[in-house]
Design a protein around this ligand. Structure first.
Ligand SMILES: [Zn+2]
Length: 507
């Protein structure tokens, strides 16, 4: 067996390739012992929560999710309640007061999931389904093993929210059971804040927290969301990007024209859109919108070092995703997600394939997401993009052009931008950051530490009203298909999540 010794938070630990790490953290060990004896009960509770549909717009079922989670907390003696701003989905709040504790740690997760089209799923998204491996690798549906029987850690549970983001809630609940059973006390006050509209942009979170500052106050919020590192090693992220949405529609004639009778004469908005989009990025994927990168806050030396120490995963990911090349001019994925991005989410014009007809389209539309990093202002970035579109000769409107506008402007673009979130990063050298790193590594072994995650989280919606810090602690498997169809959780990630949460609950 290929093993090596490492020093983790002052403990000598042995690391063996392919072998699960043996925690040096007693609470994490208690978490493993508890899990080994309660796998079926843990999965049953998980299945019961996953079976409740959780799309944010479905307020009836969202409420059922929130009440179910509050009941699961109360069952463990945790004081729990639903907190909701007017017309908002409830935040499930819970707390454990620790006598003589001098700090408070808040655990955040979200119980809502991304909207979906059930037709795209191999099994119904709200009928949790166990498979013996990944569906893409011909994973077969299998029954839950009998109580007392063990689960194969490579089995996967398929359902919306399995990884994003009900898994951390279940991991926290099982960890609470484990530390209770082992008689291990928390040294901090512990609070839980489980949100119900993260996938809908957390539009009410800031005002819900601002209206309940005392209740949600804490020294640090641990954001339990997202996937661990692609090497399956634990990952700690000290920030997130923020998203702005840009919708662009270009116009040709008032209606579709016959391409034979009017080709070469009537402008084609589909081609114009292709050219406009191509003008926004170079062949390496670098954004060509002027001043786009001006406000990017530089990485600190510690952030740079952490990024450089992260394992090189590009080759493996290219193989896994079937990519023959990547953007970024040779830069690694780990570095590229610390930079802002401009992504075409989708585009459409007239019809294609069997539905296509010999016409010049009347419109062409693209929707983009722009990911901002710390230092960037969403309004300023939106203006830079509008300026870029103007520089391509377009007259910009925010609603479909009227006859006068069509007559006076040869090139018209309807552009709407939305999203006012700004990005943030928590300094890695803060005492709380260093302590979280120590605890994570005592539970899960050497962690990959990155300045920010590529995706978005409502970090500033939390930090601003509560004057606190956020650190992202993911547990999901990177190949979980989150936001898409056949979302799943690898059971080993849940098991390791329980150990990690046990350690963090007792720090
Ligand atoms: Zn999420």
């Amino acid at each position: 067996m290929n093993c090596r010794f490492v020093v983790l938070s002052g403990w000598l630990a042995m690391l063996c390739a392919g072998q699960p790490f043996t925690p040096t953290n007693p609470a994490a060990l208690a978490g493993r012992r508890w899990r080994e004896q309660h796998e079926r009960a843990i999965v049953d509770e998980f299945v019961s929560l996953l079976a409740i549909p959780n799309i944010a717009s479905d307020q009836v079922n969202i409420k059922r999710n929130a009440e179910a989670i509050a009941a699961m907390l109360r069952k463990r003696g945790v004081e729990a309640k639903l907190v909701a701003a007017p017309n908002a989905n409830p935040v499930v709040f819970g707390q454990i007061k620790t006598p003589a504790a001098t700090r408070t740690i808040v655990f955040y997760a979200h119980y809502d999931g991304q909207p979906l089209d059930p037709k795209e799923w191999a099994s119904p998204p709200f009928t949790p389904t166990l498979r013996d491996k990944q569906f893409e690798k011909d994973g077969q549906i299998i029954p839950l093993p009998a109580p007392g029987a063990r689960f194969n850690p490579e089995w996967r549970l398929y359902a919306r929210g399995a990884a994003d983001d009900k898994a951390p809630i279940i991991a926290i609940l099982a960890a609470l059971d484990a530390i209770r059973a082992a008689g291990i006390q928390s040294k901090s006050n512990i609070k839980f804040a489980f949100e119900g509209e993260e996938e809908a942009g957390s539009v009410n979170l800031e005002r819900t927290l601002a209206a309940n500052k005392e209740l949600f106050s804490g020294d640090v919020w641990l954001m339990c969301d997202g996937p661990v590192h692609q090497t399956r090693r634990p990952l700690i992220l000290f920030g997130a990007r923020a998203g702005t949405r840009v919708d662009v529609t270009l116009y040709g004639a008032r209606g579709e024209l016959h391409s034979g009778h009017y080709g070469n004469w009537s402008p084609n908005p589909a081609l114009a859109l292709a050219k406009l989009l191509a003008s926004m990025k170079d062949d390496n994927g670098r954004v060509l919108v002027e001043h786009f990168y001006d406000d990017v806050a530089p990485l600190s030396p510690l952030e740079k070092r952490a990024m450089e120490e992260a394992p090189d995963i590009d080759g493996d990911l290219m193989r896994e995703f079937g990519l023959g090349s990547t953007e970024g001019g040779g830069k690694k994925l780990t570095e590229l997600i610390t930079l802002p991005s401009l992504n075409i989410r989708g585009m459409a014009s007239s019809r294609i394939g069997a539905q296509a007809s010999n016409v010049i389209p009347a419109t062409a539309t693209a929707t983009m997401d722009v990911r901002l990093v710390k230092g960037m202002d969403p309004q300023r970035t939106a203006h830079q993009i509008l300026d870029h579109i103007r520089k391509q000769g377009f007259f910009i409107v925010t609603a479909a052009p009227n006859a006068e506008e069509r007559r006076t402007h040869p090139k018209i673009a309807m552009v709407n931008t939305s999203g006012d979130k700004t990005a943030t990063r928590t300094p890695m050298d803060l005492p709380i950051s260093q302590e979280v790193i120590r605890v994570v590594e005592s539970a899960r072994g050497p962690a990959v530490k990155l300045p920010n995650m590529g995706g978005g989280l409502p970090l500033l919606d939390i930090e601003s009203p509560l004057n606190t810090r956020t650190i992202v602690i993911p547990i999901g498997n990177h190949d979980n298909n989150q936001h898409s169809y056949n979302e799943n959780l690898r059971l080993q990630n849940l098991w390791e999540g329980i150990e990690l949460m046990a350690a963090l609950l007792t720090m």
